[in-house]
Unconditional design. Structure first.
Length: 193
């Protein structure tokens, strides 16, 4: 009998995860706005999860650290499930498991670019007004979605989503994230320009 498991990503999964993402998104992925935010930045290791079926990695979700107007946040993606296993709720389970851990670790905000009709199942909704939070590059504003892991965490947050490379280790540590958010109105010195 085949057994599908959702579990945290391990170091040894990296090649399988990369292959899955390359297969799911193709070479055009490098041109996407969301990809630009990941370039040269390590994912938040503690939060990556995989779907494993019979010892083989068949699904992935990863998160990247970003800053929005100086406030620390996570960016969800890429998320992919092997084509023959799609439509069985695996992606939703990948999100639920990793988002629950993110909340436990003290993360406050998660953003992504995607379809609200689908990601709404995991609690995401459109960030309104449209254009309040933007990406470095063209993107359909109605596809910029957010999730507050702490109620009210997105209140007053606006600006362009930017790389937050230097803070990857801090994010991995989870707790203490709020210390990264400067008082309202001040620009964070570690928010890459
Ligand atoms: C998106 C993806 C991860 C979903 O994986 P999954 O395990 O099939 O997801 P679930 O079983 O939890 O949910 C399936 C549902 O999502 C819907 N769905 C899948 N991709 C979608 C998309 N891009 N936009 C909106 N809905 C989508 C399916 O139609 C299905 O709907 P249904 O339950 O009403 O039939 C998978 O289709 C995939 O790997 N796609 C290729 C990579 C990709 O496009 N990733 C998302 C980038 S934003």
């Amino acid at each position: 009998m085949s057994v599908a498991t959702i579990r945290p990503e391990r170091d040894g999964d990296a090649a399988a995860v990369d292959a899955l993402v390359a297969q799911a998104f193709g070479p055009g992925r490098h041109a996407k706005s969301a990809y630009r935010l990941r370039e040269g930045v390590e994912p938040v290791r503690a939060l990556g999860h995989v779907l494993e079926l019979n010892g083989v990695v068949a699904g992935t979700v990863r998160y990247w650290p970003v800053g929005i107007g100086g406030v620390a946040a996570l960016m969800l993606g890429p998320i992919a499930v092997r084509p023959d296993l799609q439509g069985q709720g695996h992606a939703l389970q990948l999100m639920q498991a990793s988002l629950a851990l993110a909340r436990t670790l003290g993360h406050r905000i998660v953003v992504l670019v995607g379809d609200e009709a689908y990601y709404g199942r995991a609690g995401f909704s459109r960030i309104q007004p449209y254009g309040r939070i933007t990406l470095p590059g063209p993107v359909d504003r109605s596809r910029v979605l957010g999730l507050e892991l702490v109620p009210g965490a997105l209140e007053g947050v606006s600006g362009e989503i930017r790389k937050f490379g230097v803070s990857a280790k801090v994010y991995a540590a989870g707790a203490g994230l709020t210390a990264l958010a400067p008082p309202a109105g001040q620009q964070a010195s570690h928010d890459n320009q």
